[in-house]
Each structure stands twice: as structure tokens, then as C-alpha cells.
Design a protein around this ligand. Structure first.
Ligand code: GAL
Length: 381
């Protein structure tokens, strides 16, 4: 609000200086007289308007001061952040950026507590209860199980704490409850259908002749999925393949395994799948960590990405981007952790300041191939 007072005064000062400039530019005495008259009346109007606006602004600032005295200032506000699992590569980028951004917006680092759910819903629910007991002003939650969202929401809403869900989207019924009850609850994330579609399009853009290595008219692929409870995994699995089918390509799923977003798990799964199905032409991984594991197994099997097999992931981890640049990964999809962490912090700030948010706050994925991988890498570093 202080900014508003300053800008109003600046506008008033500018108006005055413009008026002064106009009258000195008049050529004749008559013109000068009428311009002066106009100037006086405009100046009177401007002064009256400005006085009114300044009075409003002073009143608002006074309200803010009262709020601040009651703890309205961000530096004194407490934020609780629950992450489903600290060892997740993408969520590590997300949480670090979230913390930095919250601090840049005025929160004190000491008042931001980020906890690791260790991929266990009971642990996370306990952490949420502790946050409620200790009294936080807002909660940002990346649920271990999206299906536990209703229970989490009930706990948090009963404690009258605003809640921002991130990364793992609760289902449509749950989101409807927030709307129906006018609760201070929202979700920030990207539409995983888009990321799946982009993965498929990266393959389609190579051309069927190139991808159908054995020339049997079908694309033999293996799919490595993230946590199957997670809508990101479900949609990426479905929409990556759908993009091939939408292009009129026939597909043949040789294996579909759950790698739980984890590099080492995926490495093992892909090693097994490749030895059972050497005819594999494409390896789809729901995220980059798993694609990095897949790449280790592809290389151990003596295969070469871009020559006798194709590999795509999602997230645009720096390591994966280096691989796309080197040609050892066909492509990935940038999962914008900057935009998502900033939007979730902004939503939390709105709630803390007594405002409201849209119930769903989205963001776009970006398709990444060798053409733009360097540019994306430069932007994330
Ligand atoms: C996805 C991301 C994965 C993993 C998952 C966790 O959006 O692509 O790498 O972090 O979230 O829920």
C-alpha cells in the first residue's frame, strides 16, 4: 500500500509538471490565458482527486498497520510444507525453489518448516497434525496418497488453516467439495495429459520409418510408470501412447512396469524388459529419474539411443537435458518447478493476507528435444 501512496503522489507530481510544461509552451497571450485557466481547473481537480485517493490510501495503510500489529506481516507468519518424499529428484528442485521464493517474498526462513513424508501417508498425516497443534498460518501439502486428500482437507479445514495442495492432484469430487463449501483450499500443478501427449509427439515427430526399426508396421514399446496411484503416472502412460495412435501408428506394448519415479528401480525393470524383449523400439518413462535408469540399462545392453532405440522422460532434470543435448535421450518434457513453486507460494500468500484463490491453478509443460534442450538447461541453471 505504501507503494500505492508513492505512485499516486508521483502521478500528481507528473500531472503538475506536465501542466507547467504545457502553459510555458503557449505562443499567444490569449492561448496562455486559456491554458492557464485550464491548468488551474485541472490542477484543482487533480488536487481534489489526489487528496481523496491519498486519504483512501492512508486509510488502507492504517488498516495494514493494524493487521501487521495483529501479525499480518509475512515475516512473522508460519508456513508448514509437507513433501511426499525428500529423495524424489523433481520434488527436491520444487521444494528448494519454494523455500527460496517464500523467503524472497518476505517470509522468515526460520518460520518455514519443510518435512519429509518418507513416502508414508501415516507419517505425513502425523506431520500435518503436528503442524496444526503447533499453529501454522498456512499449509502447503504434496500428499503421499492423493486419495487421502479428503481426510487431510477435513483435518486442516477444521483447524481453520488455509491449504495449498501441490504436485499430486486430488480427484474431482474432492476439488468440488472445496468449491461447495467455499473453503480456503486450492491445488497448484500441471495437467499431466499434456506431458504425456508431448512425450508421444516427440516420438511421432521423428517419423514412423525411423521409429519402426523392424519395419513390422507397429511400434514395440515398454512403459515404465511412476506411482500408479498418482494421476501424473496414469495420464502420462495413457496420453503418450495415445499420441502415437492419434497419428495413425499401431502400437504393441511389450511390458508395462511400475518404477515408482525411481532411477534404480527403473534401471532394473528396463534391464529385465530389454533382455526379454530385444525388439523394443521405444522406452517411455513417466519421469526423467526413471529415464536415466533406463538409459543405464540401454547402454549396458549395447543399444544406442537415436540409432536402435528411442527414450523419453518428463521433468527436464539437468542430467536428462545433458543427455538430450548429447543425443543419449530422445527427449523430455519440462515440468516447470519454478512456475509451480512460485504459484503455490503466491496462493499461500493470498490466503495468509485474507484473500482467496482459484481452486485449480495450472501451468504448461514444455516439449524438449535436441533443438531447445540447451536453452531449457540455461534457463533452469
Ligand atoms: C511428477 C514428477 C515426478 C515425481 C512426481 C511426484 O510431477 O514428474 O518426477 O516427482 O511428480 O509426485
Amino acid at each position: 500500500m505504501k507503494k500505492k501512496v508513492v505512485s499516486l503522489l508521483t502521478v500528481a507530481a507528473l500531472s503538475m509538471s506536465m501542466l507547467a510544461g504545457c502553459s510555458s509552451a503557449s505562443d499567444t497571450a490569449k492561448e496562455a490565458a486559456s491554458t492557464a485557466e485550464e491548468a488551474v481547473s485541472t490542477a484543482e481537480e487533480t488536487a481534489a482527486d489526489t487528496a481523496e485517493s491519498v486519504a483512501d490510501a492512508v486509510e488502507e495503510t492504517a488498516e495494514e498497520v493494524t493487521d501487521a500489529a495483529a501479525g499480518g506481516d509475512l515475516a512473522s507468519k508460519k508456513v508448514g510444507v509437507c513433501i511426499y518424499q525428500f529423495s524424489d529428484n523433481f520434488m527436491t528442485l520444487f521444494r528448494n525453489e519454494l523455500e527460496n521464493y517464500l523467503v524472497s517474498q518476505g517470509f522468515s526462513k526460520d518460520n518455514i518448516t519443510i518435512v519429509d513424508g518418507a513416502n508414508d501417508q501415516a507419517t505425513q498425516t502425523n506431520q500435518i497434525q503436528n503442524f496444526i497443534t503447533s499453529g501454522v498460518d498456512v499449509l502447503i501439502i504434496n500428499p503421499v496418497n492423493s486419495s487421502s486428500a479428503a481426510t487431510i482437507t477435513d483435518l486442516v479445514v477444521a483447524a481453520n488453516i488455509p491449504l495449498v495442495y501441490i504436485n499430486r492432484e486430488p480427484d474431482a469430487d474432492e476439488e468440488q467439495r472445496w468449491k461447495d463449501n467455499n473453503w480456503n483450499v486450492c491445488y497448484v500443478g500441471c495437467d499431466a495429459r499434456q506431458s504425456g501427449t508431448y512425450q508421444g509427439e516427440i516420438i511421432v515427430d521423428l517419423g514412423k520409418d525411423k521409429v519402426d526399426l523392424n519395419g513390422d508396421g507397429k511400434i514395440q514399446y515398454i512403459m515404465i510408470e511412476g506411482d500408479p496411484e498418482n494421476v501424473d503416472a496414469q495420464y502420462r502412460t495413457e496420453f503418450s501412447v495415445k499420441a502415437l495412435q492419434d497419428a495413425g501408428w499401431e502400437v504393441d506394448c511389450l511390458d508395462d512396469e511400475v518404477g515408482n519415479w525411481d532411477q534404480a528401480t527403473a534401471q532394473q525393470l528396463v534391464a529385465n524388459a530389454l533382455s526379454a524383449h530385444p525388439e523394443t523400439e521405444v522406452v517411455f518413462c513417466n519421469n526423467d529419474a526413471m529415464a536415466l535408469g533406463a538409459l543405464q540399462s540401454i547402454e549396458s545392453a549395447g543399444r544406442t539411443v537415436g540409432t536402435d532405440i528411442y527414450l523419453v522422460g518428463v521433468d527436464a532434470l539437468s542430467e536428462a537435458l545433458e543427455d538430450v543435448i548429447a543425443g543419449t535421450m530422445t527427449g523430455t518434457v519440462f515440468n516447470d518447478h519454478f512456475s509451480q513453486s512460485h504459484s503455490s507460494a503466491d496462493a499461500a500468500i493470498n490466503f495468509v493476507n485474507g484473500g482467496t484463490n482459484d481452486y485449480y491453478i495450472g501451468c504448461d509443460y514444455v516439449k524438449v528435444t535436441s533443438e531447445n534442450a540447451q536453452q531449457i538447461l540455461d534457463s533452469v541453471k
